[in-house]
Design a protein around this ligand. Structure first.
Ligand SMILES: Nc1ncnc2c1ncn2[C@@H]1O[C@H](COP(=O)(O)OP(=O)(O)O)[C@@H](O)[C@H]1O
Ligand SMILES: CC(C)(COP(=O)(O)O)[C@@H](O)C(=O)NCCC(=O)O
Ligand SMILES: [K+]
Length: 248
């Protein structure tokens, strides 16, 4: 079995899939910290892990510690995705290719392999990233903004009277009519702002790419954009890119 890990700034997503091309998922999870991840992985017995591949946007130190803990506890070598200028027909559009977030890089590589045409990749995670790929596989670059959790957290931590619970936040997103409480005003305001931003980005991308691009959405907050126009939800887009970058 292969253990795959996507280490984002909020959550470490992991899954265990078959070694063969079936890609059957035998286990998966989401851990907020390495200690929690290890508990989940050690509880996987009797599943035996023979290979491990990982992509991380955390610091080099945290990523190294994570690979050492996984390698030490599961007895497998951890193969880490690395920056590259070209991969699977996609050319990295950053001036310094090594600075492009590896989650973004793997997501655009996977997206282009899915469609082989101009595409837009939207990852709604801690940050919201939007990347454009031309029809010939050139990554044109993209945009980074705070995600929902960061937007609302900034308001709560930088004001004195914006205070509400996680449950109130969850309830607030039942619809986007004018908020009649602090939680509704903040959560709905931030959601509408992000939705308008994403809609605008999609319109501009179609103009920039010269034809209707394929639009792929992934990330923990993707569900908040469910009613967005015709987009394709690919929750495991980064994992698809990881398999391309680190074939076994
Ligand atoms: N299990 C979860 N519990 C709470 N929030 C979650 C969960 N999964 C995803 N989210 C939401 O998605 C965001 C992070 O999604 P994710 O794509 O995992 O981020 P990253 O890749 O940046 O770690 C959180 O800020 C939160 O809004
Ligand atoms: C933009 C990101 C923080 C998004 O990470 P995430 O929200 O998935 O945790 C990550 O892609 C990153 O660290 N990028 C490096 C900077 C850049 O892409 O320009
Ligand atoms: K991510």
């Amino acid at each position: 079995m292969i253990l795959e890990l996507d280490c984002g700034n909020s959550f470490i997503k992991w899954r265990v899939i078959d070694l063969d091309a079936s890609g059957i998922i035998h286990a998966s999870g989401l851990a907020d910290e390495p200690e929690r991840l290890l508990e989940e992985l050690l509880s996987l017995c009797p599943i035996t892990i023979s290979h491990c591949r990982l992509v991380s946007v955390r610091s080099d130190t945290e990523t190294r510690l994570l690979t050492e803990v996984i390698s030490g506890s599961l007895g497998v070598e951890v193969v880490c995705a690395m920056p590259s200028i070209k991969l699977a027909g996609v050319t990295n559009g950053y001036e310094d290719f090594q600075r492009l977030g590896l989650d973004r890089w793997l997501a655009v590589v996977a997206a282009y392999q899915l469609c082989c045409k101009p595409c837009v990749v939207i990852d709604l995670g801690t940050a919201v990233t939007i990347d454009l790929v031309a029809g010939d596989g050139r990554h044109l670059g993209g945009y980074i903004t705070p995600g929902m959790a960061l937007l609302t957290e900034q308001l709560r931590t930088h004001t004195k009277r914006i205070l509400y619970s996680a449950e109130e936040a969850r309830m607030a997103l039942s619809d986007t009519s004018p908020g009649r409480s602090t939680s509704e005003a903040v959560e709905r305001g931030c959601l509408r702002m992000l939705r308008s931003y994403i809609e605008d980005q999609i319109v501009c991308a179609a103009r920039c790419l010269g034809e209707e691009p394929a639009i792929y959405v992934t990330g923990g907050d993707a569900s908040l954009f469910a009613e967005a126009r015709q987009v394709e939800f690919v929750p495991d887009l980064v994992f698809k890119g990881l398999a391309i970058a680190c074939p076994l």
